[in-house]
Ligand binder design. Structure first.
Ligand SMILES: *Cc1c(COP(=O)(O)O)cnc(C)c1O
Length: 466
């Protein structure tokens, strides 16, 4: 009780921001950088001190407070801003947590290529300058059965490149049911506009017919676009033309058919309950002229946008000057090619973490969750049990599919679930869970087994003062 009073007194004795901001050390920092930067650093230093005082992890007299703040301010930021976290949310492709973790094989390829010179833009055989936009192409053709492919920075870039290349200055009909917003600012109407094309809306929100596209085609039409509805579903009285109908219309009218697949699923995942994702290879086989999809969604590779399909169209995309601005780094090629090799060798289930996690059975997760629950239950003020729940693919992939899982459900006698979740985020590496029914729910589907111990440690150390 005494300590708390003391801590409370110290907290109240922290000088106000108005006073700190005019201290010569702060004024100097502001002159060297900017006022805003100095104010932010100061605020962070004060916040850090507050947290430590409240936890009782520092012992100071009221006279030491200013010095403590100034010395925190003087320390340069001590660690990189981008850090590893443990994803215990059960969202396999968590966009906020960096989407797909890379395979060991991809990580090794990145390290090898990044630390050395490479043939990034060099033709080793001929001994002269080569093209960089061809990396990944052979493997993509092998996996997808397409004529050609090129890699851009992400799928948003891939869609822009394709539309700008094929349809700039012209019109593109899109079904009203597919004018989606993916999140993070990707909205089909705006992407079309920024690509220099005019959107021609066809059909209605819930039903669009092939005749709607047919009627919309005119002298300015440059391409037909089909978009994966990604993160939402229209159910009930609905309809849209089949892919085959759209392809046939494209052939008849001499217009390229483009499909933005979003997720880019390469192997059937029906067995784990993901039924509504078309396979990229099937879409190419159906005759769509160009498909685009992400590298870090269901493919389980690095952030990238893949454009695949007919040779002449892919070549046109390559020649687009925008390609220079939207191209990828050598590390991305290295990671993507290594990931594709896992698929080609039929080893994606074991080697690609996203696929491996999606395929984990509830029974295997239950075994790990039960072991973890018994190792923390009754310790450090915790009650831990296991409960049934569901995981999701995430990143707009298969929003209607839920994967059966078993959650570790934890409550603490020293604080509510939000407080426990926040303390878990405060550990290093932060452990990210979710709060449901007044408990912290941790889904081990998205935790590497090697990190089960990290999660247990974080739980045990979560109690303030421990
Ligand atoms: C995710 C998604 C995008 C954007 O892909 P990024 O790789 O995040 O740029 C575009 N279209 C669809 C249909 C998507 O699902």
């Amino acid at each position: 009780v005494n300590e708390r009073v003391a801590a409370g007194g110290l907290l109240r004795a922290i000088p106000p921001m108005s006073e700190l901001l005019v201290h010569p050390a702060v004024v100097q920092l502001a002159a060297r950088t900017s006022y805003e930067y100095a104010r932010e650093r100061l605020r962070a230093a004060v916040d850090e001190l507050r947290v430590e005082l409240a936890r009782g992890t520092v012992e100071l007299g009221t006279g030491d407070l200013l010095d403590s703040i100034l010395s925190r301010l003087a320390c340069a930021p001590r660690r990189a801003n981008l850090r590893r976290v443990v994803n215990a949310t059960g969202v396999v492709l968590h966009t906020n947590l960096g989407r797909a973790p890379l395979s060991q094989r991809a990580v090794e390829a990145v390290a090898r290529i990044a630390a050395s010179y490479s043939n990034l833009e060099y033709d080793v055989e001929a001994g002269r300058r080569g093209s960089r936009d061809v990396h990944g192409e052979d493997l993509l053709c092998e996996v997808l059965g397409c004529e050609a492919a090129v890699v851009a920075n992400n799928n948003a870039a891939a869609v822009m490149l394709v539309l700008n290349t094929l349809a700039s200055g012209g019109e593109v009909p899109v079904s009203r049911g597919e004018l989606v917003e993916i999140g993070g600012g990707f909205r089909i109407p705006e992407v079309l506009e920024r690509s220099g094309c005019r959107l021609r809306e066809v059909g209605t929100t819930n039903r669009t017919r092939i005749s709607d596209y047919e009627r919309a085609i005119g002298p300015d039409t440059r391409a037909l676009l089909r978009v994966h509805p990604s993160n939402y579903r229209i159910i009930g009285f609905t309809g849209r033309p089949t892919r085959a109908e759209l392809v046939a219309l494209g052939r008849r009218t001499n217009l390229p058919v483009v499909e933005d697949l979003g997720s880019g699923c390469l192997v059937p995942l029906g067995a784990v309950g993901i039924l509504d994702e078309p396979l990229c290879g099937d879409v190419v086989a159906d005759g769509v002229d160009l498909v685009t999809f992400s590298g870090d969604k269901l493919l389980g590779g690095p952030q990238a946008g893949i454009v695949a399909g007919r040779r002449a169209l892919v070549e046109a995309v390559r020649r687009n000057p925008l390609m220079r601005a939207l191209r990828v780094d050598k590390m991305v090629y290295a990671a993507l090619e290594a990931t594709l090799l896992s698929y080609i060798e039929g080893r994606a289930d074991e080697e690609v973490p996203a696929i491996r996690m999606l395929r984990l059975s509830a029974a295997v997760i239950e075994e790990r969750a039960t072991r973890l629950a018994s190792s923390v239950d009754g310790r450090a003020g915790l009650r831990a049990t296991v409960v049934r729940g569901s995981s999701v693919a995430g990143a707009g992939s298969a929003p209607a599919s839920e994967l059966e899982t078993v959650l570790l459900a934890v409550a603490a006698d020293w604080g509510g679930a939000e407080r426990l979740a926040s303390r878990l985020r405060d550990t290093d590496p932060p452990v990210i869970g979710r709060v449901e029914h007044d408990r912290v729910m941790l889904d081990l589907r998205t935790v590497e087994p090697a990190d089960d111990g990290t999660v247990a440690d974080a739980l045990i150390r979560a109690r303030p003062g421990d």
